[in-house]
Design a protein around this ligand. Structure first.
Ligand code: SF4
Length: 612
C-alpha cells in the first residue's frame, strides 16, 4: 500500500507474481521501488525520498524465524542505499494484510498510522511526539489494545539524528543507516497493526509439515542450545579468534576485560527471561533487569554482542551494568548502538590524543570510565553540546573536528565498521569494503563461514571452513565466496527470515536449502532451483550497487580504513597486514563489474535489470 503523508491518501496496489519471481519481497522490493522512483537523485530528507517498509515473502508464515520486515530509503548517514531489517512480531502481524507500506511525501504535523485489516487511517500523534520508544509503544497499545503490534521512532528519530532506528516490540530495531531519521523527517511517529487475516498458501498442509519438522530440528540443534544459554554475546569465544575490536580498533588484539562482559555474566547478573521473536527456536533475545542505581533498568532488552563490544571492548569498559543500561537508553531514544558506541570510542580516542579537550566535551574522558561513557552517549542521543557534532556520525564529525581526526575513524562508505575484526579475517574485510549499505557483518556470511558458525560452505558451494592461518591471506579465491554469500544474504533479507535459520540451520540440517525452496513452492506455487534463488540475490545486490554508483560510489569507496591497516600485536592474527587489493580485483571480475567497480551493461542485462 502507498501512503501519501501530505495528502492523507492511500492507494492499494497488487503485487504481480513476476515481481516475486524477480525480487522475492523484503529488501528486494525495497531497492526495486527506490530505483523506479529515482530516489538516488534526491536528498535523503527530501519529501521525494520514499520510506519503503516491506515484509518478506515468508514473513508471518509458519517457517521458523519468519519474523522480519525491512525498511529501505536513501540514507541520511551515508547518502547511499540505506536499509535495515527487524524481527519481533510487527512484520508477521502486517504480512497477512499488506506485503508492505510505502510512505511518500511528508506530513505537516506528527501522525501515526493505524491498520486493522481493511481499515486504515492516519491519526494525530501530538500526544506521543517526544516520547521514548518504550512509552510510545505502551501508550499506543493502551489506546488501541495490546494486540496491536507497533513500530515507532524515539526522540532521536524525531530530531533527525542520522543514527536513528525504527524500534518495534521488545527492543527489536531496524538499526543501521538512519531509517528512523527518515521516518522522523516525514513526521511519522508510529505504525500500529492488528490483523485477523490469514496468509494464503498454495499447499498449506505440506508447508506446515515441512516447517514443523524444521522447527523441531532447529530447536534441538547445538547453535540453539548456545543461543538460548548466552544469546549472541559469545565475546570470550570471539576473543580467542582475535575477532573482537578493542580501544577504538587499536592494535592491542587482546583484553582481559572481556571476561566481565560475557553472555554468561549477563545471564548470571540480570537475566529475567528469554524473549524470542515470532516462531523462533533459537531465542537469542532476552529481557534483563538491574535493581540498583545508578544503572537501574526494568523490562529492558538484553545487550547483544555488537552492543557489548561497541560500549565494552571498544571503550575498554568492563562494567556490564553500564552497558545494559546504555543499551536500554539507546533503545528508548531509538539509535543504532553500533554507530553510537563507535562514536563514543572515537571521541575517547580523540580526547586521549589531545584532538578533543575537556572544554570541548564538558567533562573528562578516559578508556574504561563507564560514567563518562554513559554521559557522552546521552549527549549524542539528545544532540546536546559535543553531541551535536558527534550525532552526525563519525565521518562528518571528524571532518568538523579536523586535526586529522579522520585517521581515528573506522567506517566504510560512512557506516561504522561492526564488531568483528577483519584483521583476523581478511575475507570479512572484503565483505565490509563491498557491502552496499557500508561496512556490514550482516550483508554476507563472512563471519559465519570463516568463524566456524555455519556449514554454508557445503550447502551452497562456498569453500569449507578455512583455518585461521589462511583467513589472514588476501587469497583471490575468497572473492567468489564472499560474493556468493552476499547474494545469499539478499535472499535471506527478501524472504524475511532470521539469518540464524540459514546460517546455524546449515549446521543442523544438511538439506536446509532444499527444504527452503520446497517451502517457497508450497507457499507460492513458484518453483525455483538453488541457482535461480541465488541469482535473485545477485540481481538485488547489483541493483543496489547501481543505486550507489548513481550516488557517486566507485572503487575508491570499496576501501579499508587506515586504522585497520595497522597489524594487531597480540592474539592469533598478530602481525598480519590487512590487504584486500588482490581479492577486490578478483571480486570485480567475478561480479562482472568493470575495473572501477561499476556493473557492466552485459551484467545488468543478464540479470534483467538493465531497464532501471
Ligand atoms: S535468533 Fe534471535 S534475532 Fe533471530 S529470530 Fe530468533 S530471537 Fe530473533
Amino acid at each position: 500500500m502507498e501512503v501519501d503523508l501530505e495528502k492523507n491518501l492511500f492507494i492499494e496496489k497488487k503485487i504481480e507474481k513476476n515481481m516475486i519471481k524477480k525480487f522475492l519481497g523484503g529488501v528486494g522490493f525495497g531497492i526495486e521501488y527506490l530505483m523506479r522512483e529515482k530516489a538516488h537523485e534526491v536528498e535523503p530528507f527530501s519529501e521525494k525520498n520514499p520510506l519503503v517498509l516491506m515484509t518478506g515473502l515468508l514473513t508471518g508464515t509458519t517457517y521458523p524465524c519468519s519474523a522480519f520486515y525491512s525498511v529501505s530509503s536513501k540514507s541520511p548517514l551515508t547518502s547511499i542505499i540505506g536499509e535495515g531489517v527487524s524481527g519481533g512480531y510487527f512484520g508477521p502481524e502486517l504480512r497477512p494484510i499488506f506485503n508492505g507500506i510505502i510512505f511518500k511525501n511528508k506530513s505537516g504535523e506528527p501522525v501515526y498510522l493505524i491498520i486493522e485489516d481493511e481499515h486504515y487511517e492516519l491519526k494525530d500523534a501530538s500526544e506521543i511526539w517526544g516520547m521514548d520508544t518504550k512509552n510510545t509503544i505502551k501508550m499506543v497499545q493502551s489506546k488501541l489494545g495490546k494486540e496491536y503490534k507497533v513500530a515507532c521512532i524515539g526522540p532521536s528519530g524525531e530530531n533527525k539524528i542520522p543514527l536513528a532506528c525504527i524500534m518495534n516490540d521488545h527492543g527489536r530495531a531496524v538499526g543501521r543507516s538512519g531509517m528512523g531519521a527518515i521516518m522522523g523527517s516525514k513526521k511519522l511517529k508510529a505504525i500500529a497493526v492488528k490483523s485477523t487475516k490469514k496468509i494464503s498458501y498454495e499447499n498449506e498442509s505440506k508447508f506446515k509439515e515441512i516447517t514443523r519438522d524444521l522447527m523441531k530440528k532447529l530447536k534441538n540443534s547445538n547453535p540453539a542450545l548456545t543461543l538460548r544459554q548466552i544469546g549472541t554475546n559469545a565475546i570470550e569465544y570471539f576473543e580467542m579468534f582475535a575477532d573482537v575490536p578493542h580501544q577504538n580498533w587499536s592494535e592491542m588484539g587482546k583484553w582481559k576485560g572481556v571476561n566481565d562482559i560475557t553472555g554468561a555474566v549477563v545471564r548470571e547478573k540480570m537475566l529475567v527471561r528469554l524473549k524470542p521473536c515470532y516462531l523462533c527456536p533459537f531465542s537469542c533475545g532476552r529481557e534483563v533487569e538491574i535493581k540498583e542505581d545508578p544503572y537501574k533498568i526494568e523490562n529492558a532488552a538484553g545487550p547483544e554482542y555488537e552492543t557489548v563490544a561497541a560500549f565494552g571492548s571498544m571503550c575498554l569498559n568492563s562494567n556490564i551494568e553500564s552497558i545494559a543500561y546504555i543499551n536500554d537508553y539507546c533503545n528508548k531514544m531509538g539509535v543504532d548502538t553500533i554507530s553510537t558506541g563507535s562514536l563514543v570510542a572515537f571521541a575517547i580516542d580523540c580526547y586521549e590524543r589531545g584532538i578533543l579537550s575537556e572544554e570541548d566535551i564538558g567533562f573528562s574522558l578516559s578508556w574504561g570510565d563507564h560514567e563518562s561513557i554513559v554521559k557522552l552517549t546521552k549527549l549524542i542521543c539528545e544532540r546536546k553540546g559535543i553531541g551535536e557534532i558527534l550525532s552526525l556520525g563519525t565521518r562528518k564529525a571528524a571532518e568538523i573536528i579536523g586535526k586529522n581526526a579522520e585517521e581515528l575513524t573506522v567506517e566504510i562508505k560512512g557506516l561504522d565498521v561492526p564488531m568483528h575484526e577483519p584483521r583476523a579475517n581478511f575475507p570479512l574485510g572484503l565483505q565490509y569494503a563491498t557491502a552496499n549499505r557500508g561496512a556490514c557483518h550482516l550483508r554476507g556470511f563472512g563471519t559465519d563461514i570463516y568463524g566456524g558458525f555455519s556449514n554454508l560452505g557445503k550447502a551452497i558451494g562456498i569453500r569449507e571452513e578455512v583455518p585461521i592461518k589462511f583467513r589472514t591471506i588476501d587469497d583471490p579465491k575468497f572473492a567468489r565466496d564472499i560474493a556468493i554469500s552476499q547474494n545469499l544474504s539478499e535472499v535471506n533479507n527478501s524472504l524475511g527470515i532470521c539469518r540464524q535459520t540459514i546460517s546455524s540451520g546449515s549446521l543442523a540440517i544438511e538439506n536446509i536449502f532444499d527444504l527452503l525452496i520446497e517451502s517457497i513452492y508450497c507457499l507460492t506455487g513458484i518453483s525455483f532451483t538453488l541457482d535461480e534463488i541465488l541469482q535473485i540475490g545477485e540481481r538485488i545486490f547489483n541493483l543496489k550497487r547501481k543505486f550507489n554508483v548513481l550516488c557517486g560510489i566507485s572503487k575508491k569507496d570499496d576501501r579499508i580504513p587506515i586504522k585497520l591497516k595497522t597489524p594487531l600485536i597480540n592474539g592469533r592474527a598478530r602481525g598480519k597486514v590487512l590487504s584486500i587489493d588482490k581479492m577486490l580485483q578478483e571480486y570485480y571480475k567475478f561480479r562482472g563489474w568493470d575495473e572501477n567497480g561499476k556493473p557492466t551493461s552485459n551484467k545488468l542485462k543478464e540479470l534483467s535489470i538493465d531497464e532501471y
